[in-house]
Each structure stands twice: as C-alpha cells, then as structure tokens.
Design a binder for this molecule. Sequence first.
Ligand code: PMP
Length: 392
Amino acid sequence: GFPEPVQLSPSSYWILRFPYVYEDENQIYTPPKEVTWNRAHGNQIHLQDCRISEKIMDDVKQGIQYAFQTQNTLTLAISGTGHAGMEAAICNLVERNDVVLIGINGIWGERAADMATRQGADVRTISKPAGENFSLDDIEAALAQHKPALLFLAQGESSTGVVQHIEGVGALCKTHGCLLLVDTVASLGGEPFYMDRWQVDVAYTGSQKVLGAPPGTAPISFGPRAVAKIAGRKTPISSFYFDMNWLGNYWGCDNQPRKYHHTAPISSIYALREALALLASEGLENSWKRHRQCRDRLISGLAKLNLEPLASNPAARLTCITAVQVPDGVDWKSVTSHAMSMQRVEIAGGLGPTAGRIWRIGLMGQNATEERVDRVLDVLAESIKGPTVMGR
Ligand code: PMP
C-alpha cells in the first residue's frame, strides 16, 4: 500500500472534455453552441482571451500541485519539453561557483551536470553503474564530503529503467543545508511522489510521459527554500525565458497583476489541463498501482522468454520503463526494426552507455494496460525469433 495522497477537493474537479465547459454557469466559458466564435477567423475560439487563459492556467496550476502532491505557490508549466524544465530548475537555483552534486546512473545525471557546468557551477558527481540506484547511505556520505548547495537526482532514470528512491533524501539534504532537485519526467504519475512530505525543493516533469499530453509543457514546482535561494541570488538569473520571477508572475503565483512575459502555448496548456484532469479523476494512487501491475506483468512475461531486466534488484526497477538485457547473439536493432515495421510497436534501444546492450519498453499513461503488456511481449517474442515467424 501507498500512503494516501492528498486528494483534490470534489468541488475543484473540473469537467474537462473538449470543448472546455465549466460546472459553474457564471464562468466565462459556456457550452460550445453558445461560445462566441471569432468570426473573423472562421469557426475558431479566440484562445488568447486573457480571462479564459487565466482560468485555464489556474486550473493547470492546481492540477500540477495535485500531481506533485505539493502546496507550493510557485507551481506552473514551463513552455517547453522536459529539458526546459531541467534547464529552468538549474538556471534559477545555481550561481557561479556553487557546489552542485549530481547523481549519475544514466544519461539524465550527465545532462544535469552539463547544464550546471554551463551555469559556472563547481560540479561534483556520484555514480552508479547502469541498472543501479543510490542508497541513503551513498547520498549522505556524498553530502558530507562535498557540502553541495544543490543535489540533483532523477527519480525515473529512463535510460536504464531504474527508480531512485526519494523518500528520506529531502531530510538528509535539509540537515546538510542543501536543496534537493528531482527530475520526475519519466516517473510522475507512475511512481509515488510526495513533494511536500519528502521535502523535495524543486521537481519538474514533462507533459508527454505518464500524463500522455502532447509534448511541449513541463510542469515544475519550487518549494519555500528554493524560492528563498532565488530571492537571495547575488547574480541575475542567466535566462530571461526561464526566469522564475517573471514566470511566477505570469502564472499568477505572486498575487501581482500578470504581466506579459511570453506567448503561452495555450493549446498545449489546454491539453495539459485535460491530461491532469484525467489523472485526477483516475486518482494518483490508482495510476501508481496500474503502472506497478503492468510492470510486474511485463517482468513475469519476460522471464518466460528467458529475458532479464537490466536492474537485477527488483526494488530498483522503474514502473514506467523496463530495460531488458539483449541476449548474447541477438542483434538488438533488427528486433526493434522488425517490431516497428511489422507490428507498429516501438521498442527503444539503450542510450549512452547502455546503447546496444538493452531494449527499453515504455508502458506509461494510456499504454499502461494489461493488453498492451501482452501485446508488446508477443511482438518482442516474435521479433526475436525473426522474419520467418512473422510470415514475411
Ligand atoms: N528527464 C528524463 C528522466 C527523461 O526521460 C526525459 C525524456 N526522455 C527528459 C528528462 C527530457 O525530456 P524531453 O525529451 O521532453 O525534453
């Protein structure tokens, strides 16, 4: 069982089927037949109407708070993909010569280290081989040794199919006077995450993974200690576009009148709102369970095919993405090409150090169903056997 997540209050559930219809009749949006069409542009709703956009943005903020399990005021969606969330977190939190500690057990730590280096940070790293994660002891020892201002960890290391346990890390960071930044791009909604309870200072995710919205928005949240760090910076934030002072104002997080900062990709934000509403109506705890059950079903199916996950420790296996070792003598690429060309099933290869060594099977969001698990297992089995079996 999971600790119960904080629920959205029933009154804050949105009725969210396209087109956007509000429960409350006094809201500016009315059902489609009564929408004031912008005739000048044919039958298009005038999406830039700022009152509509503000309400949509407020809904999105609330949905992101639910998804991260946080009450942080500075919570919003960055206009950009997961990398933009990562870059925004790092450029706001890091000043030149700050010691930044990065956990590297796949490519995401490497990229975070690259970004922090570009901010002039004094980057220190701790590493684990692909397929492993960091223990609390590993982390505590590194915090004591390096005395960083910021620690970066990826909860879902998608290049290796590994989950990093975050519970307990926030408390250690607090004791060592360090901020905790967690990448949840490949895990939010699929792995339990309690931002406030676990004392995570900054977290970001991407719209296109478990949330299943189109790519292009990156939910992000900053806790009070992260906000204080930004307020106390001695140097300006290196990026205008990702400056959280501007973005927080734009998203109505500072109780000041909103000022134009950039043009919100409002259609992507509408889509994100729908995705968050679907998550809220399923319930985080149900989504976590569904992802876990699918992962377990996949692993048992793989065992029947004599295929082994990269992570030998079951507790290190991510729910959303499973990395599978390519058996000796099998050409990984011909298997994935076969699966794609014959069955339209995408199985990814490794990334960075795992390239050529593993397949990666993503089962997240709409794809985390028993039927999809069984299908990918069938396709993988047939693709390994080769073209003749597929009846080419
Ligand atoms: N972090 C992790 C853990 C990821 O899996 C990804 C995307 N695969 C990213 C960051 C970057 O996200 P995007 O591709 O949306 O920029």
